[in-house]
Every structure is written in C-alpha cells, then in structure tokens.
Design a protein around this ligand. Structure first.
Ligand code: AP5
Ligand code: MG
Ligand code: ZN
Length: 215
C-alpha cells in the first residue's frame, strides 16, 4: 500500500502522518525530514540542498528522486509506506510511477489536505519542531506540556529556519506554481481524496481515517 500526503506547507502533513503511520503500520518517508537531517549532518547532499531550502525553493528533482527510490526498495516497505512531501513536481510523480512496478506496488490514495492561506501562515510561523525525533508542535494550537520540550522524547524544540515569514511566503508561492499541478495529475489517476484541513487536528484525523479505512 502506498499513500501520498499532498498539501501546502503548514497544511498538517507531518502532524497527520504521525497518526497515520501508527494506525495503519506504514513506513514514513518524508523528504523534508530526510533533507533536514542531511543538512544537519553536513553531507554532500545536505550542502547542496541547504541553499534551496533556506530560500524556500524546491531542491532539484535529481537530488530527491534517488533518495525516495532507494528508501522504497528497502525491505521494511513491503507492507506499505506513507510519502509526505514527495512527489512535489509532476516530474517527480512521473518518476515515481516508473519505479513502482519494480517494487510491485501502486499509489492507492493521494490525500490532499486543504487549508486557507492565512491559517497556513499562522501555523508555520508558530510551529516548533523536535530536534531529536522531528515531532511538530505549535505555540498556540498544539503546545508541548513543558515549554520548548518534546512530549514524545524530551528533546529540545526549535523553530525551522524556513519558518520565517519571508520564506513561508516564498514556499506558498512555490507550492502554487510547482506542486499544485499534481492535484489535477492525481485526479486524472482517480486516486485523489480531498481532506478539509481547516478543522481541529483530531477532526482532520477522523476524516483521513475514514478515507483510508475504505481501501
Ligand atoms: P517539508 O519539510 O516537506 O515542508 P512543507 O511541505 O513546506 O511542509 P511543512 O512541513 O512545512 O508542513 P506540514 O504540512 O508538514 O505541517 P505540520 O504538520 O508541521 O519541505 C521543506 C523543504 O525541503 C522544501 O521547502 C524543499 O526545499 C525541500 N523538499 C522537501 N521535499 C522535497 C521534494 N520532494 N522535492 C524538492 N524539494 C523538497 O503543521 C504545521 C503547524 O501547524 C504545526 O505547528 C502543527 O502543530 C500545526 N497544525 C497542524 N495541523 C493543525 C490543525 N488541524 N489545526 C491547528 N494547527 C495545526
Ligand atoms: Mg512537514
Ligand atoms: Zn522528540
């Protein structure tokens, strides 16, 4: 089973992913998390990716697609995976379709989480992320029990470099131009399901669960 989470920055993909992978026992593959880890480690990939990420631009397709293909081919993915933040361009989606037959799988559902733009800005500028496990929190909507400490692992929370207002505005623009065409692409494949992401975290989760339980 392969599920894709699609939606603008701040829509709640990472927040919902945590719940989905637990409930449906899927392997979680988030290209943003993989790239941020590479940046932190200072690897060759990380050094190349950093300049794009800091500016709110997409990292070039050729750097990203191989990572996803290699990860999908690892044995733990046989029971299914959840992709968050990939594909993000039509070229990436075409690439994915080309590699899926090799692992005898297909895209079962693309969940498009839709949220109003003002709300996205509010969510991103108030987000805090765990430096150790990657869990995300929000100063107002999902505060940690102890200020700046992760509920799940006790790690320190930090604000992502690309969550400044200027970079957020750029990322939203990039989403519209480069990622939104995927809505039509997956509608054409008959696998797109729209989720109302303006609701509370738990209500969004309920809607996602009913969409996935039908599969
Ligand atoms: P990535 O890490 O994927 O960032 P993104 O797509 O911009 O999405 P976000 O992680 O910002 O948002 P989210 O939807 O996960 O929201 P979250 O759940 O945290 O990518 C980062 C960068 O990496 C890209 O800009 C690009 O440079 C590069 N990159 C990654 N993948 C790539 C690819 N495939 N190709 C090329 N480049 C790539 O929630 C946000 C906040 O809102 C949190 O604080 C949360 O607590 C809160 N919240 C969530 N849901 C709700 C709710 N229902 N109500 C109230 N608050 C909520
Ligand atoms: Mg995310
Ligand atoms: Zn943590």
């Amino acid at each position: 089973m392969l599920i894709i989470l699609l939606g603008p920055p701040g829509a709640g993909k990472g927040t919902q992913a945590e719940k989905i992978v637990e409930k449906f026992s899927l392997v979680y593959i988030a290209t943003g998390d993989i790239l941020r880890k590479a940046v932190k480690e200072g690897s060759t990939l990380g050094r190349k990716a950093r300049e794009y990420m800091d500016q709110g631009q997409l990292v070039p397709d050729n750097l990203v697609v191989e990572i996803v293909r290699d990860r999908l081919m690892e044995p733990d993915c046989v029971n299914g995976a959840l992709l968050d933040g990939f594909p993000r361009t039509v070229d990436q989606a075409v690439f994915l379709e080309q590699v899926l037959p090799d692992i005898e799988t297909q895209v079962d559902r693309v969940l498009l989480i839709e949220v109003d733009e003002n709300e996205l800005i509010e969510r991103l500028t108030g987000r805090r992320v765990c430096g150790d496990c990657g869990a995300s929190f929000h100063v107002k909507y999902k505060p940690p029990r102890v200020r700046n400490v992760c509920d799940q692992c006790g790690g320190d929370l930090y604000q992502r470099d690309d969550d400044s207002l200027a970079t957020v505005t750029e990322r939203l623009e990039v989403y519209k131009n480069q990622t939104e065409p995927l809505v039509e692409f997956y509608e054409g494949r008959g696998v797109l399901e729209k989720i109302d992401g303006n609701q509370d975290i738990d209500d969004v989760s309920d809607q996602i669960n009913s969409a996935l339980e039908k599969l």
